[in-house]
Design a protein around this ligand. Structure first.
Ligand SMILES: [Zn+2]
Length: 145
């Protein structure tokens, strides 16, 4: 039995008693039963709205999940293309200008400083120091205690 039916049942029981409606105690009792009916119908409405809301949230959740799927697929592809272009900070020893070289440029050998034209040589041990978190295989000469 739902709460609406229970409230109606109680109201029916009280009506069945055929109480004197002018009696002050009966007035209080009837007022309480009326209020009970209003509360139960309010709660039922809320439950219905809540169920509707849950359904809508589920739909939004599904929509969002499929959007996320599409989005992260794209981002993953972007990440992959960016992964081939790791940029390293290179400071020119001649002019002190800092430029950013991608990995392929570094691995291709020497390049000229874009600022002064000085031939730049790369010390790859510096790169390892900069990337300690990513590269666990660097020589641990400094770590001996
Ligand atoms: Zn330079």
């Amino acid at each position: 039995m739902g709460i609406n039916e229970k409230a109606a049942y109680i109201k029916g029981l009280i009506e069945g008693l055929e109480l004197d409606k002018n009696d002050k105690t009966v007035k209080v009792l009837n007022a309480i039963v009326d209020l009970l009916g209003e509360i139960t119908s309010s709660v039922s409405d809320l439950e219905e709205s809540y169920d509707d809301l849950c359904e809508q949230v589920d739909e939004i959740d599904e929509d969002l999940a499929s959007l996320e799927e599409d989005y992260y697929e794209e981002v993953e592809q972007d990440d992959l293309s960016e992964e081939n272009e790791n940029f390293y900070e290179v400071t020119c020893p001649n002019c002190g200008e800092t430029t950013y070289m991608d990995e392929n440029t570094l691995l291709a050998g020497s390049i000229s400083c874009p600022n002064c034209g000085e031939e730049l040589e790369f010390d790859y041990s510096d790169i390892n120091d900069d990337d300690e978190d990513e590269d666990e295989t660097y020589d641990s000469d400094d770590d001996n205690e």
